[in-house]
Design a protein around this ligand. Structure first.
Ligand code: SAM
Length: 240
C-alpha cells in the first residue's frame, strides 16, 4: 500500500520511516511512503505557504494554492485512493476506519499547521478529514504517523505471526488481555499461575475472561457493541 504525505516538515518523518514495523515493511516493499514538501509548490522568492486569515483574527492559515498544486503533481497510481486531511474536526480515527483505509491502494494525507488549512482544500479536493482524538496538536504530522502505523499494520504481510493483530485491542470490540513475560517473579510480583500451567484451554479461558473484565471496567461503551458468545456471557457472570 502506498501513502503520500503532504507536509511542511518532511524531516519529522525520518526515524519513523526507518525503524520498527513500518521501516521493515518499507524495506520489504509492502508499504511505500512518499513525502511531499508543500513548500516546493509555493510561489515567489519567499515561497510563502501561509497567510493571514480573511476576516482578521490571530494566527496564520495554510494557503490553498501550494497544497492543490502538490496534490495535482502526485504520481498517478492504479486502483483506489482517497485524499484525507488531518484535522481535529475530522472523523475520529478508530480501528474500523483503519481497516477501511487499509483496503486502498493509496492514501494521501495532508498535514495542516498554524490555524489550519484554507477551507477550499477540504471543499474541493478532500475525500475525508481524520482526527486522531479530541485534542489539538500543533500539526498533522504526528497524526499522519499514527494513521500510517495503524493502517499499515493491517496490510497483508506487514505483521509476521510473532506480532499478529488477531487479538489486538478493538479487533473483536474488546480490549486485549494483559501480557507477561520472564521472569516469573519480579520484586514479589508473580505472573498469574495459570499462564505457567501449560494448559492451553485454561489459558484461553483466562485470557478471554481478562479481556472481558478489563473492557467492562475501562471501556463499557465497547462492550455494548461487542458480539458476545454464550461462553463470553458466562465468563462475565463468573470469571473463575
Ligand atoms: N484551528 C484548528 C481548529 O481549532 O480546528 C486547529 C489547528 S491545529 C493547531 C494545526 C493542524 O494540526 C491542523 O490543521 C491539523 O492538521 C493538525 N491537528 C491538530 N489536532 C489534530 C487532531 N486531533 N487530529 C488530527 N490532526 C490534528
Amino acid at each position: 500500500m502506498r501513502f503520500d504525505v503532504l507536509t511542511l516538515f518532511p524531516g519529522l518523518f525520518a526515524p519513523f520511516l526507518e525503524q520498527g514495523i513500518v521501516g521493515r515493511s518499507i524495506a520489504q516493499g509492502l508499504l511505500d511512503v512518499r513525502l511531499t514538501d508543500i513548500r516546493d509548490y509555493a510561489r515567489g522568492a519567499h515561497r510563502v505557504t501561509d497567510d493571514r486569515p480573511y476576516g482578521g483574527g490571530s494566527g496564520m492559515v495554510m494557503k490553498v494554492g501550494p497544497i492543490v498544486r502538490a496534490l495535482r503533481d502526485l504520481e498517478p497510481v492504479e486502483g483506489t485512493e482517497r485524499i484525507a486531511l488531518l484535522s481535529p474536526q475530522g472523523r475520529l480515527f478508530d480501528q474500523d476506519l483503519a481497516w477501511e483505509l487499509s483496503t486502498l491502494d493509496r492514501l494521501v494525507l495532508v498535514c495542516g499547521r498554524y490555524e489550519g488549512i484554507d477551507e477550499r482544500v477540504r471543499e474541493g479536493y478532500a475525500d475525508l478529514e481524520i482526527s486522531i482524538g479530541d485534542f489539538v496538536l500543533s500539526g498533522g504530522e504526528v497524526a499522519a504517523m499514527a494513521v500510517i502505523d495503524a493502517v499499515g499494520r493491517l496490510v497483508p504481510g506487514v505483521l509476521g505471526c510473532e506480532d499478529s493483530n488477531r487479538e489486538d485491542s478493538f479487533e473483536e470490540g474488546l480490549l486485549e488481555h494483559p501480557h507477561y513475560t520472564r521472569p516469573p517473579v519480579f520484586e514479589e510480583r508473580s505472573v498469574p499461575e495459570i499462564l505457567l500451567s501449560g494448559d492451553h484451554e485454561k489459558i484461553r479461558l483466562w485470557r478471554r475472561a481478562e479481556a472481558l473484565k478489563r473492557t467492562r471496567e475501562r471501556r463499557p461503551d465497547l462492550l455494548e457493541g461487542a458480539h458476545l458468545s454464550e461462553e463470553d456471557r458466562k465468563l462475565l457472570r463468573d470469571p473463575k
